[in-house]
Write a protein that binds this ligand. Structure first.
Ligand code: ADP
Ligand code: ZN
Ligand code: ZN
Length: 747
């Protein structure tokens, strides 16, 4: 048995990755394991730590003793530790941060506890003895007698004193009387906080798969039976029945004793989605996402830990669900950028899934209608197995897409946001009483305020971005830091009153829509209308119940919702994402348009999509018109190869931030020198920058960046790790330096 434990602790401000040796006291020998959460003396303080190593001997002559075990069970096992170590190394994050990411929030700092209730039990005695007591009490204390009789008759009912008193119409003192006589005891029992308890799930049976679903299911089942690691890219058009495939292969995994994780983008994790899994698998499903309270999440995690459930449906961090027999990981909408965590540990759930699958011999399914360029590339070179669902279940063809060139509309004198084809199509739906979705990927009313005299644009005080006008509050608002100010009457630079609002947002679309179609019931769904808990679901329910004719929304609307009566989707401007300074802007645009188009024609009626754009010739828009992923991919992969961007290279983005610009510039150059002195001609790493980041100031912090690029990802990460370790160990400046491995956005 081990005498020493290697413990990792949080050292504020220091990016130290080592563990510290502690003696395991005899009384804790049986209990301390890998993953144990312990209290240890550290200098003059007592702090929390996690055991990551057990050993016979320590190299240190003097080690202190572990003081206490903070949880009576380990929070991760050796396999999970391997995943944690891998993340720490690959993404260059300190181990303790990765551990905190992988375990339930609130464990550290003891912010979550098992919820208990104090129930009443009869003091153990035989049936005859009990009945004798009941009779004895009858004369002097009839109420006490009644309570005791009740408890004897229903020994399994776990009721609190209050519940019991209410149920038997008596008082607390009656119960206390029984307690004083030693006839009953109080007992603490754990209760399960289950946020979905009161929902009613009507049971669902497997649907008869169509030809393509059948093929997909049998191929995946074959892989599940092999119990070997493999990644499958399930490319299925929207409405092709991917979820039914998931449900049936999960059932397969369960029959061979395996557990399954299903990841869904946070905003698609609606009650509707949860319902589909719960109604098939009932209480066998745990749900993990950030809308749950810490306590609820902790309880769901414990249900998984204890093996009480076999399936978890959750957002990104559910990839760490503590299953022992993981056999299947499903990542729905795998192209979604929200699978990459953007703060703290910058891991991508897809890559963590594949790593976990390797260790567990599990099957990973990446499901999507629009694969990430990197994923499809990997399928095309044989790293992933490709399975396709090319048809919609209802056999409706994908909706026809009309592209409207807004430059032509302008030429013909139409200055409104509704082109004539879109206008006619909306009118038609309103008379037919079917529903319309209008999509615009920008909230607010107008996205910048400009002085026509001198060209001055009103910007945020804290961020290098223009302020957005919000009509309902009559304020200018920053979408990065929520800074708010009143709209100017005069230009603050030249004093002119020729202030004009440019660019449209969802609020303005709402206003124009109401003006143009006064009889239509119009609603809007974006960050601003869904701040309150539950409001998101309220809008969707109203729309589903046909209390809304036209729903206007951002990206939020594009995912996972099934609205059978929507027969028209209009994209107000397709170009908003196209001109982002990011090599993935074409990919984002194609994905977005395809997802949005998928929202129509899901019922019996044929749907129609109208996309308004100023760039009809762009291949992302052309490919979206014909629902042609292959065409898009062909163009995009050629472009990526030409400019040597992923998947033909690997990137690391190093961002330097501080309130003081000089300090940022100084530190950026210091870092650049460090890299330049290590990277000679024969080392195939390119250093881009340092330069101001495209978003050069956010929340009062100036930002510079340096991008490292190489064909050799392994070498790139190794050198970056080596130099950053050196940098951190010598760092004097207090500027914040963050490393993003495989960045998805570089603003
Ligand atoms: P996707 O996730 O590929 O967009 P869904 O799984 O949401 O598609 O399926 C679209 C609709 O088709 C759902 O309403 C689903 O219940 C239904 N469906 C799926 N498979 C079948 C089937 N084999 N038979 C009948 N209906 C099906
Ligand atoms: Zn001006
Ligand atoms: Zn701001």
């Amino acid at each position: 048995m081990a005498n020493y434990a290697g413990v990792v602790v949080e050292l504020t401000a220091k990016k130290i990755n080592r563990s510290f040796d502690y003696t395991i006291p005899i009384r804790l020998k049986e209990q301390i394991q890998i993953g144990s959460h312990v209290l240890i003396p550290f200098g003059p303080r007592k702090i929390e730590g996690f055991v990551v190593e057990l050993k016979e001997k320590s190299d240190f002559p003097q080690t202190k003793e572990i003081l206490r075990l903070l949880h009576d069970y380990p929070l991760f096992d050796e396999k999970m530790l391997e995943v944690i170590r891998w993340i720490s190394e690959y993404y260059q994050s300190v181990l303790i941060k990765v551990i905190k990411t992988a375990i339930p929030t609130g464990i550290v700092g003891n912010k979550v506890q098992v919820k208990t209730r104090r129930v009443i039990r009869v003091q153990v005695f035989s049936k005859e003895e009990g009945e004798k007591k009941v009779v004895e009490l009858k004369k002097r204390a009839p109420k006490q007698s009644e309570v005791l009789e009740f408890l004897l008759r229903y020994p399994k009912l776990e009721m609190t004193a209050t519940e019991l008193a209410t149920r038997l119409k008596t008082t607390y003192s009656t119960i206390k009387g029984l307690k004083d006589k030693g006839l009953i005891i109080y007992d603490e029992v754990a209760v399960q906080r289950n946020p979905y308890d009161d929902n009613n799930f009507s049971p669902s049976k497997p649907l008869r798969p169509n030809f393509y679903q059948h093929q997909a299911i049998s191929q995946i089942n074959e892989e599940i039976e092999k119990r070997e690691e493999i990644t499958i890219l399930l490319k299925g058009v929207t409405g092709s029945g991917k979820t039914e495939v998931y449900l049936q292969v999960i059932a397969k995994a369960l029959t061979i004793g395996k557990d399954a994780i299903v990841l869904v983008p946070e905003i698609a994790l609606t009650p509707q989605t949860v319902d589909r899994f719960k109604s098939r698998f009932g209480a066998n499903v745990a749900v993990l996402h950030s809308q749950l309270s810490l306590g609820e999440r902790f309880d769901e995690w414990r249900r998984i830990y204890k093996g009480e459930v076999k399936i978890v449906v959750g957002a990104r961090s559910a990839i760490f669900a503590p299953f022992q027999n993981l056999g299947l990981i499903i990542i729905d909408e795998e192209h979604e950028t929200s699978y990459k965590q953007s703060d703290q540990v910058k891991y991508h759930a897809r890559d963590v899934a594949i790593k976990r699958a390797k260790l567990m011999g599990a099957v990973t399914i990446l499901g999507t209608a629009t694969p990430a360029v990197e994923s499809f590339y990997r399928a095309s070179i044989g790293d992933y197995k490709l399975i396709e669902l090319p048809e919609r279940v209802n056999l409706n063809p994908l909706p026809p897409i009309k592209i409207v060139d807004m430059r032509q509309e302008l030429k013909k004198g139409n200055r409104t946001i509704f082109s004539r084809p879109l206008d006619q199509a909306i009118q038609k739906r309103l008379t037919e009483k079917s529903q319309v979705i209008l999509f615009l990927n920008r909230r607010g009313f107008s996205n910048f305020v400009l002085c026509r005299e001198c060209g001055y644009v009103v910007r945020c005080e804290n961020c290098d971005v223009s302020l957005t006008y919000h009509a309902n509050t009559n304020k200018l608002q920053c979408h990065y830091c929520d800074y708010i100010e009143d709209p100017p009457k005069n230009c603050s630079k030249c004093g002119s009153n020729l202030i004009k609002y440019f660019g449209i947002g969802t609020q303005q679309v709402e206003t124009f829509t109401k003006e143009r179609y006064p009889n239509a019931r119009v609603a809007r769904m974006d960050v601003d209308t869904t701040r309150r808990k539950g409001s998101h679901e309220q809008i969707l329910t109203a729309f589903r119940e046909k209390k809304i004719d036209i729903l206007i929304g951002t990206q939020m609307l594009s995912k996972g919702h099934d609205f059978p009566d929507v027969t028209l989707v209009g994209v107000i401007i397709a170009d908003t994402a196209l001109h982002f300074p990011d090599f993935r802007s074409g990919e984002r645009t194609f994905q977005l348009l395809t997802q949005v188009a998928g929202r129509t024609g899901r019922g019996k009626e044929q749907g129609e999509v109208i996309i308004q754009t100023y760039s009809p010739e762009h291949y992302s828009i052309k490919a979206a018109k014909t629902h042609d992923f292959d065409l898009f991919f062909h163009e995009e992969i050629g472009y990526r190869k030409e400019i040597l961007q992923p998947p033909f290279s690997h990137l690391i983005n190093i961002v330097i931030q501080d309130e003081k610009e000089e300090r940022v510039i100084e530190e950026a150059h210091l870092l650049a020198n460090l890299f330049q002195s290590r990277i000679y001609d024969e080392i195939p790493i390119e250093i881009l920058g340092p330069a101001p980041a495209p978003l050069s100031k956010v929340r009062g912090k100036h930002r510079w960046q340096m991008i490292l690029k190489s064909k050799d990802g392994e070498l790139l990460r190794q050198i970056s790790r080596e130099l950053m370790t050196k940098y951190y160990s010598e760092q004097k400046s207090t500027v914040i330096v963050t490393v993003d491995v495989d960045p998805l956005g570089m603003l």
